[in-house]
Design a protein around this ligand. Structure first.
Ligand SMILES: [Zn+2]
Length: 385
């Protein structure tokens, strides 16, 4: 019954000016309708799901983030390019919005997706997107590191330095370091997913959600620190520190926690109240199982940064960061230096030093994953997914 039906569908699909394509997996086929002119066919990316896992997130009016099997494609209405891991790739036509729905050119699905998503092939003869089943267990796949550039869009993060005209915006430094970190991780054989690759606002909870949906193995959030004006000499504050999620243990950790959680002010529809679920979630077992792992990762990040960073090592710290709360995986937040200090603001703005910082963090992540793989191999790790 099934075979003749499929044959008929294939014939229809291969006809000129086909009005649909097919998604083919090992045991099932799904049809996806095309819209628009036959010469410039478009489709709704969500219509590829559920056979192909696609998550569409609107980052800002006209700006979208399409996640396909853990690979993020940045799209903008009216702009005929897509951004993947900081790289810009041309599209056959610009994405459009119709009735509030994002439509993308078929070429994004037939050419660009297969070029970046490992298990996809396009069959031009049958107009089919073929999904190959991954061979081997998850253990043999490269680990996925989620790289989160702090702040973005209307949320500048901190600005500095103190006592001088503004020369450093945290959101720009975090994006530059995050992009570089992605390259460094890839060069170490790891897979990378960015929560943002442009100057855009992503809510703190969405950052974790993006990481979870992609099945991330590690989450690294990059930030720039700011001194408290209550300090004796705020402009002199320097150095790097790495946090993992827990209840803030010191007054200074609470200061950084408050500062980084301020981003919610820019999120529409996010109410901050006393009934905040943060403390409740902190006690959730799902997070606690990653506390030890997160603390190990934080220690390695500090160790590697200490080998190259001119500022003092301020150590591993704990605080209740919202961005870490929603990521159910070992997760750290790295404060790569103080933008309030003139010398460190200059250091953090320098591309060469940004690359060195990124390289040190990538070394830490790679070393952590090597140790972790060994633990898994010895049967002491968590269950395989
Ligand atoms: Zn920050």
């Amino acid at each position: 019954m099934l075979a003749p039906l499929l044959l008929a569908l294939q014939v229809a699909a291969s006809a000129p000016g086909a009005s649909s394509i097919a998604i083919r997996a090992a045991t099932s086929v799904q049809r996806v309708a095309l819209v628009g002119e036959a010469t410039a066919p478009m489709l709704r990316p969500q219509s590829l799901a559920p056979l192909l896992p696609v998550v569409v997130t609107q980052e800002a009016p006209g700006r979208y983030h399409v996640l396909v099997s853990g690979v993020a494609f940045g799209l903008e209405v009216g702009v005929a390019t897509t951004t993947i891991g900081g790289q810009v790739t041309p599209l056959a036509a610009a994405p459009v919005e119709r009735n509030g729905q994002l439509l993308v050119p078929l070429q994004l699905v037939s050419e660009v997706f297969p070029a970046y998503v490992n298990n996809l092939r396009w069959n031009a003869a049958t107009h089919e997107l073929v999904i190959f089943t991954r061979v081997g267990s998850a253990k043999h796949q490269a680990r996925l590191v989620v790289v989160d550039a702090g702040h973005g869009g209307p949320d500048n993060g901190m600005t500095g330095p103190l006592g001088a005209p503004i020369s450093i915006y945290e959101k720009d430094v975090t994006l530059a370091v995050a992009k570089r970190l992605g390259l460094e991780l890839k060069s170490r054989g790891l897979r990378v997913l960015f929560t943002r690759t442009t100057d855009t606002l992503i809510t703190l909870s969405d950052r974790g959600r993006i990481a979870n949906q992609a099945g991330g193995d590690l989450f690294i959030s990059v930030h720039v620190n700011a001194a408290s004006l209550d300090w004796k000499d705020p402009a002199a504050g320097r150095g790097f520190e790495t946090y993992f999620l827990s209840e803030a243990r010191t007054e200074d950790a609470r200061r950084v926690e408050e500062m980084e959680n301020q981003s919610v002010r820019f999120e529409t529809g996010t109410a901050v109240s006393n009934s905040d679920p943060l403390n409740y979630i902190l006690s959730d077992m799902k997070q606690n199982e990653h506390l030890r792992e997160s603390s190990d990762l934080a220690a390695l990040v500090q160790e590697h940064l200490a080998s190259m960073h001119p500022g003092p090592n301020r150590g591993v710290k704990q605080a209740g960061f919202r961005v870490l709360v929603t990521a159910f995986m070992p997760a750290v937040l790295v404060e790569i230096g103080f933008g309030t200090n003139a010398a460190e603001a200059k250091y953090l703005s320098d591309r060469r030093h940004q690359a060195e910082i990124a390289s040190a963090i990538a070394d830490a992540a790679a070393e952590y994953l090597r140790r972790y793989e060994r633990r898994v191999g010895a049967g002491e790790g968590r269950d395989e997914r």
